[in-house]
Design a protein around this ligand. Structure first.
Ligand SMILES: [Zn+2]
Ligand SMILES: [Zn+2]
Length: 89
């Protein structure tokens, strides 16, 4: 069992970070490896999992051309391809 805080280097941003005693004990109990990323990078990673910038395949509402849109197919927004968009405005 770890006796004190563990100092580690983030594998992403190379910043030094501390794994506190309680944290390392928690990881040991859960039998999961110690984190190799600092808090900040882990937080960013979690956020990127939560809000992935997802693209949906949709068809232009005017000419039906296939395009990628960040609006889900069931969203109320109309999507236009570049050509139709320019014609609309
Ligand atoms: Zn980092
Ligand atoms: Zn179109």
């Amino acid at each position: 069992m770890a006796e004190k805080n563990i100092e580690s280097t983030c594998e992403l941003c190379r910043k030094r970070f501390l794994i506190i005693k309680q944290e390392s004990e928690f990881y040991a109990r859960q039998q999961i490896p110690l984190p190799r990323k600092c808090m900040e990078c882990r937080r960013k990673h979690r956020e990127s999992l939560r809000n992935p910038r997802k693209l949906f395949e949709r068809a232009c509402d005017k000419c039906q051309m296939k395009l990628m849109s960040s609006y889900a197919p069931d969203s109320p927004y109309k999507v236009y391809c570049e050509k139709c968009y320019l014609e609309t405005i």
